[in-house]
Design a protein around this ligand. Structure first.
Ligand SMILES: Cc1cc2nc3c(=O)[nH]c(=O)nc-3n(C[C@H](O)[C@H](O)[C@H](O)COP(=O)(O)O)c2cc1C
Length: 362
């Protein structure tokens, strides 16, 4: 892999000037408009998370929020072009709007994978330029592509030529100990020249050596100001911030500066939070969160999946955070994660979970 070919200077502005006032978000409600559909669609999303945001998880999230954009786990072009396509690409109709995240770097492979995504009915293709895992580095894609903006640009162009879907890029703000804003600015500048107009920025560096993927989501410091600066330097681009967002106050604050916010771990661990998003961020009428009804809908879904040979536990693992904070939630969770019950039907496990909840609550 070629390394260290960092882009030429494309954007001359240094972006100095505006800073976000303290507590700027207090009492703030965004003016919601559909007038720029692309930007509106990017307003809020749940992050791609390997092993977590599979189709069952996304079905669950979609019960909680109709508007939020959902992302698949990363699917590599190799797995897609040489593997079981339906296994990687099938999704439930209800999941729209849904983006497929691809991992890869060869323009021809990316174009072919993009065509498949379009045939399958995805709404967006997202290229992973943020994953630092050793396996992904060995494949010369993910975060290490940030050192190769020309390769990313070629991949983006190949996908855009192949399909009519929006092609977006998710990336970090730098690699290793690079402390220069110019690096990410030049990356965005270069890739945007290839026709990418939406950048999802995980606001910390990826350290390619010495940190596990998990540590790479925690240890490199968050620099939100650099993401704001990207938006100021490239006002025509759609810029979405990701990393460390855990409540609506933060989301409102970021939305004052940016086009969108992507939430990962907090959305997964506290799924009930998603139920307020359509009202809070998309201007829909507020909905009461009906946890019992959501659980019942998931049980019906588990029964449908069981008829296709999917174990209920493969679905139930995603709903374990649903009752966080409720009395009895721990016992309820224990039932839904008890693999000794695997021979029972989802309806039977549900009954036990309800009993556990009620006995603890009583
Ligand atoms: C279990 C897990 C798996 C992840 N897998 C991916 C992935 O496949 N593609 C990707 O771009 N990011 C992946 N990420 C990173 C998230 O998309 C996100 O950038 C990161 O968690 C920071 O956002 P957060 O602080 O809101 O969680 C993963 C994160 C987690 C926790």
């Amino acid at each position: 892999m070629r390394r260290g070919v960092v882009g030429r200077l494309i954007c001359g502005r240094d972006g100095l000037g505006r800073t976000m006032p303290d507590n700027a978000c207090k009492g703030y409600r965004p003016v919601i408009t559909d007038s720029h559909p692309a930007t509106f669609a990017a307003r809020l999303s749940v992050a791609p998370m390997m092993d977590w945001t599979d189709r069952h998880c996304r079905f669950f999230h979609r019960l909680l929020t109709r508007r939020t954009r959902l992302y698949t786990e990363m699917v590599t072009t190799g797995a897609l072009l040489h593997g079981d396509v339906p296994r990687h690409l099938d999704f439930n109709e209800q999941e729209h709007p849904i983006a497929l995240q691809l991992g890869g770097s060869e323009p021809g492979d990316l174009a072919q994978a993009a065509r498949l995504a379009q045939q399958w009915g995805y709404d967006e293709i997202n290229l992973n330029c943020g994953c630092p895992s050793p396996r992904v580095q060995r494949g010369a894609f993910g975060a290490c592509l940030m050192a190769e903006p020309a390769t990313v640009a070629d991949g983006v162009k190949a996908m855009r030529d192949a399909v009519s879907l929006p092609v977006t890029v998710k990336h970090r703000i730098g690699l290793d100990r690079c402390e220069s804003y110019d690096f990410v600015r030049d990356f965005v500048g270069w890739v945007s020249q290839a026709g990418c107009d939406t950048f999802i920025v995980h606001a910390r560096n990826a350290w390619l050596q010495g940190l596990s993927p998990k540590e790479n989501r925690e240890i490199p410091p968050l620099r939100y100001e650099w993401v704001y600066r990207l938006k100021r330097d490239f006002p025509a681009l759609t810029v979405v911030l990701n990393g460390g967002v855990s409540d609506e106050v933060q989301i409102h604050a970021h939305l004052q500066q940016l086009d969108g916010v992507m939430v990962g771990r907090q959305a997964y661990h506290q799924p009930a939070w998603l139920a307020s998003w359509d009202g809070e961020f998309f201007g829909d009428p507020a909905r009461e969160l009906e946890i019992d009804a959501i659980e019942e809908a998931m049980v019906i879904y588990m029964e449908q999946q069981a008829a296709r040979g999917v174990a209920w536990a493969a679905v139930a693992r995603h709903i374990l955070g649903l009752r966080n904070g409720q009395p009895g939630a721990r016992r309820w969770r224990q039932v839904w994660s008890d693999h000794r019950l695997k021979a029972l039907s989802p309806a039977q496990v549900h009954q036990r979970a309800r009993q556990a909840l009620q006995s603890m609550a009583a």
